[in-house]
Design a binder for this molecule. Structure first.
Ligand SMILES: [Zn+2]
Ligand SMILES: [Zn+2]
Length: 331
């Protein structure tokens, strides 16, 4: 099979590898759609957990090609998506329902081979049936599950006024999720006018390209989906007294966010973060299958496997409107 392997930071090589043999509790998945995530960009840049070489790809869907001897819930030909996080279920965090902080955490496409290959073998317990959902939509199960965890953390009060900063693929999922959570108003800011316009077509009441157009001290909740520390630091300015802030975007490691501390006290702010997901895959598929969350407009590029590096570089540069770049390893 063909696989795209990150040998070391900034170096991807197309490899010809044997098709993996599924272990008794595993399934062999023929990968049909595999989304590039910011995490893949970080792995490519050498900024993330995990070791090299690694076949990346943790947002994918495909068809079961072969099943291990102990598999009971699936059969060959089933259409599936894969939850990449593999908690051990036995450490102190797993045993307290904090599987996202598992001490023995493994993840498909981060610590073990992922979906940027024609085939990948994955544990049955990480596999979810997508029914007749298109593969590209199934590949959104993982990013959407992270978004749902963030929304659970935010615990929005119905009829809230929300400011959302950043309208990339994750911001646009958050936007729709905030709507489902009963936001009365969602204002979206993105410096890229195309992204701001797309946000409006996906349910934003208003969009803006500059922060100085936004009312101060006004919003019940402010959500950052940029991961840019300079923007994250501004979230405090827009929250109303008693408001909530969700820092969802992933900042680069090693950077400091500078905020004035006094307003945190004086405005009585609640500042939240969100790390991966916590049993949100099933919910994510429910929202995709029911079309409560729409993802087709979030796909800006479809590329063959050998163009993975170009896809990552498109996201890094961000010069043309880039949303989700979908790799189609078997086309
Ligand atoms: Zn991801
Ligand atoms: Zn654990």
């Amino acid at each position: 099979m063909k696989a795209a392997s990150i040998l070391q930071p900034n170096q991807i090589e197309m490899q010809e590898l044997p098709i993996p043999e599924p272990a008794p509790g595993e399934l062999l998945v023929h990968v049909m759609a595999s989304g590039i995530c910011g995490t893949d960009v970080h792995i490519f840049q050498g900024e993330y957990l995990g070791s090299y070489p690694i076949i990346p790809g943790h947002e994918f869907a495909g068809v079961i090609e072969q099943i291990g001897s102990a598999v009971t819930r699936f059969k060959i030909g089933d259409r599936v998506a894969v939850e990449p996080n593999l908690p051990c279920d036995n450490c102190v965090n797993c045993l307290n329902n904090r599987q996202n902080f598992c001490l023995n955490w493994q993840a498909v496409g981060v610590t073990q081979p992922g979906g940027m290959a024609q085939y990948v073998s994955v544990p049955e317990k990480a596999t979810f049936s997508i029914g007749d959902l298109p593969f590209e939509q199934g590949a959104f199960m993982e990013p959407l599950s992270c978004v749902l965890h963030g929304l659970e953390r935010l615990d929005l009060t119905v009829a809230s006024r929300v400011l959302l900063l950043g309208a990339g693929p994750i911001g646009l999922l958050l936007l729709q999720g905030l709507r489902l959570n009963g936001a009365a108003e969602v204002v979206v800011v993105d410096k890229n006018p195309d992204r701001a316009a797309l946000a409006q077509s996906l349910g934003a009441d208003r969009s803006a390209t500059r922060l100085d157009e936004i009312e101060l001290d006004a919003y019940d909740a402010v959500v950052d989906a940029t991961g840019a520390v300079a923007v994250m630091g501004r979230t405090l300015d827009f929250a109303r007294p008693g408001g909530k802030i969700l820092l969802f975007g992933v900042p680069p490691s090693g950077q400091t966010m500078s905020v004035e501390a006094f307003p945190i006290f004086h405005k009585g702010l609640t500042i939240l973060s969100s790390f991966t997901s916590l049993r949100n895959s099933y919910q994510a598929l429910g929202l995709l299958k029911s079309k409560s969350i729409l993802v087709d407009k979030l796909i800006s590029h479809r590329l063959p496997l050998q163009e993975l590096q170009r896809g990552i570089e498109l996201i890094e540069r961000g010069s043309e409107p880039v949303y989700k770049v979908m790799i189609l390893p078997n086309e």
